[in-house]
Design a protein around this ligand. Sequence first.
Ligand SMILES: *Cc1c(COP(=O)(O)O)cnc(C)c1O
Length: 283
Amino acid sequence: MLYVDGKWVGTDELTVHPEDRGYNFGDGVYEVVRIYKGNMYQWEGHLTRLFRSAREIMLDLPWTAEELSAIAHELLAKNNITSADDATLYLQVTRGVSPRVHDIPKGIRPVIMGFVRRKERPLADMKKGLSAQLVEDIRWLRCDIKTLNLLGAVMVKQYAKDAGAQESILHRSGIVTECSAANVFVVKDNELYTHPANHLILNGITRLDVIALAKANGIIVHEEPFTVDFLKQADEVFATGTTVEVMPIISVDGQAVGGGKIGPVVEKLQQLFEEHIYANALV
Ligand SMILES: *Cc1c(COP(=O)(O)O)cnc(C)c1O
């Protein structure tokens, strides 16, 4: 069951209005929330970020946090998600339907859509690590907004795939920003480095969790820009995100990084993260 503009519909019953601005322009915002053993993980954080993203694109959400929480819980219930299930919840809001003009029409009503999909944790990849390709970050200059307009992300991910890699690592003129849908960290001399949370990256909830877990466990974290060369000479590299969790990256542009295997700091963070998700999942 999907939740679409106030109604419950089957997957094949969803219709999109030809002049929905989400469909025409990618004019909207979204969140992907992890469900571990039937519980939403970091729902409050996702909700807060959804409101922030909407505010930044001048979209007034007509729902309260309580109403959105009720919709999310109903999505889980209607899709029979139980404590036996790992899943993801997708929630998007488009600006709504209006004759096609670029500027924002007055009195337009946002359209919400949500669905749940059963999804296992990526445990095999987390043990093995992924290959990555460096790609110039061709996205816009408001990467801090989780917007539906993802063409830049689509293209960089495909460039990486075409080069034979599983993940893309983006850089702006040699400064590493993030992956196409995840944040990136490197380990050097047992300290973590990741791009600061400004307009050039999406400030991931997993990123914030990992920073907090690292600091709580005595690992120094530098939120500062670093170069492609620094990345290539790192002891360990990993990506973080709602679906990839703490994902080791063991090669970049076909060359091994961090000795081509998973390092001790990544392993430690994976373990801390796993303890954290089961201790903190919200009902
Ligand atoms: C969603 C996203 C992330 C990761 O954010 P999480 O909240 O950890 O899932 C990182 N980068 C981009 C571009 C994203 O869209």
